[in-house]
Design a protein around this ligand. Structure first.
Ligand SMILES: [Zn+2]
Length: 156
């Protein structure tokens, strides 16, 4: 596959000088990865990583990486900045269901709820939130609708 768009993957441009908004939630690789755990006792995956299982309280969980593709389960738009938030509003916010059977509360790249639909395929991206005092991009993870990468369809 050589079909890289002229935009290039965002993560490639950001990787040099980007810092994560919260450490330990994701890796800025290509593709990026969400860092989760799986319980050695009950087998439930959970995100973010914890030593203790939030479902059965067992200690000793195994680090896993979650799928980058899921389906949209719930969504909304955040139209006023939460306390301490330095990025732009509005932004999308919702819940994505992954094949592992886990639902992730996540930022969404689409901020217009009318453009999203239940069960829509989505994928993980790393997106800039704001620039810090040193001019570095502070980034976080977000899910984007697969269809949003496609060329805009003609009216049907
Ligand atoms: Zn457990």
């Amino acid at each position: 596959m050589t079909g890289v768009s002229s935009e290039g993957p965002l993560v490639g441009k950001l990787a040099q000088r980007a810092i994560a908004v919260t450490a330990g939630l994701f890796e800025m690789g290509d593709p990026p990865r969400l860092l989760a755990s799986s319980c050695n006792e009950c087998g439930q995956p959970h995100f973010p990583r914890q030593e203790t299982c939030p479902y059965c309280s067992a200690d000793g969980c195994t680090d896993i990486e979650l799928s980058n593709n899921g389906t949209l389960w719930a969504w909304t738009a955040v139209t006023s900045a939460p306390p301490g938030y330095k990025g732009a509003v509005p932004y999308g916010f919702g819940v994505v269901e992954l094949p592992e059977g886990i639902r992730i509360v996540t930022r969404l790249t689409e901020s217009d709820p009318a453009r999203l639909s239940y069960g829509e395929p989505v994928h993980l991206e790393i997106v800039p939130v704001y620039q810090d005092e040193d001019g570095r991009d502070v980034v976080t993870f977000a899910f984007a609708a697969d269809a949003s990468d496609a060329p805009v369809q003609g009216g049907e």
